[in-house]
Design a protein around this ligand. Structure first.
Ligand SMILES: [Zn+2]
Length: 329
């Protein structure tokens, strides 16, 4: 909008009656939500102020892009850029709809399925899926939280999943050349009545959960179920003066012995879960319950994406706002 048209528009606001003011306010709020992504992106260039190509800080305003983001021209290398240049979400054609998906992922309600969201936004379901994976890549690197005081730790398990892989299709297409995958499909245990045999536990992937009473918490996938792995994962998390509450697993015992930690062992059976009033693992147990509730609708996410889902839950619990995710991209 041209400058003088805009002034006229602003002046015309004086003539609105109270009902019209309400209407206008609702409209403006909607617009603000729609352009939230763009405002965040612009905020980024205003902080950094550097050309992404040559790092020169001298620049001129140079119109707006198709998605109405401020464009600049670098006075050094003459190239044009905007806050979207070089950002992970830079190539998204509908940043407004991306924000809807992001808000759905981080909002107070349980996230909707990719299919439902796609239908609602009139998008292809693969687009919504790609955006979700994009968010995973942005939030992928969690910051390590410092734990102190009474620290609870325990593991929960997630079935290994090769969802989306073509390995069985390839095997059936050419059974002589292509060996079957190392484990039956989980569904075959129910549909074909296969017995849960020994050794299956190695397909249950451990997720370590740690929490202290100050509210610091962490979920982390461990590569295997060995005690040494657990011990190594725990070691940098637990300071020497902390008190550790856990079950009897060797990883915790060895960690406590090696570091001279005070260690309270809690049983896994009902009635033995609390060592004494304040030495228990109720906080990590409740985090496990939230994990199970969160992961259930995804019907066993593919293992290659599991870290993304874990981080997603972490930032949901931490109350990270959509705008922060855009800023990190
Ligand atoms: Zn430049």
């Amino acid at each position: 909008m041209l400058h003088h048209d805009f002034r006229r528009f602003i002046d015309a606001l004086d003539d609105l009656n109270p009902a019209q003011i309400e209407d206008a306010q609702t409209k403006i709020q909607d617009l603000r939500r729609q352009t939230e992504a763009i405002s965040e992106i612009e905020a980024r260039t205003n902080q950094e102020r550097k050309c992404p190509f040559c790092c020169d800080e001298r620049r001129q305003k140079w119109g707006r892009t198709r998605t109405k983001v401020q464009r600049y021209r670098c006075s050094g290398c003459q190239k044009t850029y905007s806050g979207r240049t070089g950002s992970v979400i830079g190539r998204i054609h509908r940043p407004d709809l991306f924000m809807v998906v992001l808000r759905n992922m981080l909002g107070p309600h349980a996230p909707q399925s990719v299919r439902k969201l796609a239908r609602q936004l009139k998008l292809n379901k693969y687009t919504v899926w790609r955006w979700r994976m994009l968010v995973f890549s942005i939030i992928g690197h969690g910051t390590v939280t410092g734990f102190s005081g009474i620290i609870e730790a325990d593991e929960t398990y997630q079935r290994e999943s090769r969802k989306g892989s073509r390995e069985w299709v390839r095997h059936f297409a050419d059974p002589k050349k292509v060996a079957p995958p190392p484990r039956p499909r989980w569904e075959d245990f129910t549909t074909q009545g296969l017995k849960m045999m020994r050794g299956l536990s190695r397909w249950q992937l451990p997720i370590l959960t740690v929490a202290d009473r100050g509210g610091a918490r962490l979920f982390r996938r461990l590569p295997n179920r060995r005690g040494v792995t657990l011990e190594h994962a725990m070691k940098p998390l637990v300071p020497r003066d902390a008190m550790l509450c856990s079950d009897v697993a060797n990883g915790y015992k060895n960690l406590a012995a090696a570091g001279g930690l005070e260690h309270y062992v809690v049983g896994s059976k009902p009635g033995t879960r609390v060592a004494s009033d304040c030495y228990h693992i109720q906080n990590v147990n409740s985090l496990h319950a939230r994990y199970k509730m969160f992961i259930k609708p995804f019907c066993g996410p593919a293992t290659k994406n599991l870290n993304g889902y874990i981080r997603w839950l972490e930032i949901r619990l931490a109350g990270v706002r959509p705008a922060e995710v855009v800023r990190r991209s």
